[in-house]
Design a protein around this ligand. Structure first.
Ligand code: SF4
Length: 457
């Protein structure tokens, strides 16, 4: 359970009963004026315990245990690409934020022809779409042993590695198969999947030798907890849970219980990220992605898809991007002047705010219309037009400042600027702020901008 600032303070030198330790109290060497101030920062996770070199070993052990995240951070890596999952602290995004997006992986079967494996690996590695200023990508590949043959599996892993440097999940319940696959994963840190009640003793040394995290699979939460305790005792600490219940309702219940037990009860044996295989939960066409969406939202750390269909993956990645942005920080673009379709000195100047979705709504409409324009993005602290106006962040003064500050006047041979129709009320005030400029009130919706410019510019 997390300790409060005062509970932490009682373990620091400033409140120690040992005179030698107490002598260091409030020494400021940690960068804070007092031990109490340091304790408060530690409780808020804004300081590192290692900054105080006078904490006793006993206190360190207590503090480290309390400071450990309720859901362990697991990292998979390969040649510059990395997937981090875990370290979550809340059940609901609005309570604070979710930190590490669920890794989305695509299954590769070792029975597929080599050319097909290569093409799939390349397609997944090359897939990248821009969404409101963010790059959406699939995170890696899950190589599954369908052949039962360690040699065929190792060959498939080698083929994948040769085609694309992506984080990998190696899937088989046979330790020999995973050992052969891990041997071909040099340069990457794969996730081995899975240890069960039947094979964990043979699987533990394979994971340790590969330095790889290990999936633990059991059909009950108790079974999972018992297995994680055994594996931790055997020296495998980086674990991922697979509650082997697959359909919609059962999966939602199991994943929610796991998250609740980890966060609300601080139940360490289940304080690990979860892996989900949505294609095992439904045979209905099109339902796999729906289940994947449910599992991304609640509460999978890794989601393995049975196939790679860009049109199906895209909405899943958008959903993930929207869930894993900080609700306290609007997604925003840099304020400034943006060129749309190679504008000239005659091109119109359009004003909007720096909320990403607002910016991209305007930019996309203009780009697809083919009409050139200067898009002037005012700093409205990442709010949309109406919200920013209501909050006093998008007023005549701010717009005038943006016009003057970006030097747009030097790029054009006219003095006209279009403001969004939603803030028509600013027109008079803006005419005063921007003497010599003609203020034109544009449409309320971005979709109407091209037609407005054709008829009213
Ligand atoms: S380093 Fe900071 S926390 Fe440690 S004894 Fe000095 S003031 Fe206290």
């Amino acid at each position: 359970m997390a300790l409060s600032g005062l509970e932490i303070y009682k373990l620091l030198p400033g409140s120690s009963k040992d005179p030698a330790e107490k002598a260091h109290g409030n020494c400021k060497e940690c960068g804070f004026p007092t031990c109490l101030a340091f304790a408060m920062k530690l409780a808020a996770k804004q300081a590192d315990l290692s900054s105080c070199k006078y904490v006793s070993e006993d206190a360190k052990a207590k503090l480290s245990a309390a400071a450990a995240p309720p859901i362990r951070l697991i990292t998979l890596a390969a040649d510059g690409r990395e997937v981090k999952v875990g370290n979550e602290t809340v059940l609901f995004r609005h309570e604070k934020t979710f930190y590490n997006p669920a890794g989305v992986f695509v299954r590769v079967l070792d029975t597929m022809p080599a050319a097909e494996i290569t093409a799939l690996a390349k397609a997944v590695a090359d897939y990248k779409v821009d969404y409101v200023g963010m790059s959406l990508r699939v995170d890696g590949l899950a190589v599954e042993c369908a052949s039962g043959d360690p040699t065929a599996f190792a060959l498939a892993v080698a083929t994948v590695n040769a085609a694309a440097a992506l984080p990998l999940i190696l899937v088989s319940e046979d330790p020999k198969v995973l050992e052969a696959g891990a041997a071909k994963s040099s340069g990457s840190k794969p996730l081995l999947c899975a240890a069960t009640a039947a094979n964990w003793e043979a699987m533990a040394p394979v994971a340790k030798a590969a330095g790889a995290p290990l999936v633990v699979r059991a059909e009950t939460l108790q079974g999972l907890a018992e297995l994680t305790e055994k594996l931790v005792a055997a020296g495998v600490e980086d674990l991922v849970l697979d509650p082997a219940v697959r359909p919609f309702g059962a999966s939602l219940a199991a994943l929610t219980q796991l998250r609740r037990l980890a966060l609300k009860k601080n139940f360490r044996p289940l304080g690990y990220p979860v892996i989900a295989f949505p294609y095992l939960g439904t045979a209905e066409p099109g339902m796999e992605m729906l289940l994947a969406g449910q599992q991304v939202a609640k509460y999978a750390g890794f989601v393995v898809l049975s196939k790679f269909e860009p049109a199906e993956v895209y909405p899943l990645l958008v959903l993930r991007a929207n869930l894993f942005t900080d609700p306290q920080k609007p997604i925003q673009v840099e304020p400034g002047i943006y060129e749309i379709n190679k504008p000239t000195a005659e091109s119109p100047v359009l004003v909007t705010t720096n909320f990403s979705i607002t910016y991209f709504a305007v930019a996309n409409e203009m780009e697809s219309s083919g009409q050139p324009a200067w898009l002037l993005v005012a700093d409205a602290e990442g709010m949309s037009v109406l919200t920013a106006w209501a909050a006093g962040k998008f007023d005549a003064e701010k717009i005038a400042k943006a016009v003057k500050g970006t030097g747009v006047a030097e790029k054009i041979n006219h003095r006209k600027v279009v403001i969004p129709g939603h803030v028509a009320v600013l027109m008079g005030e803006l005419e005063e702020e921007l003497a010599g400029w003609q203020i034109k009130v544009g449409p309320r919706e971005a979709v109407d901008l091209p037609r407005f410019l054709k008829t009213a510019w």
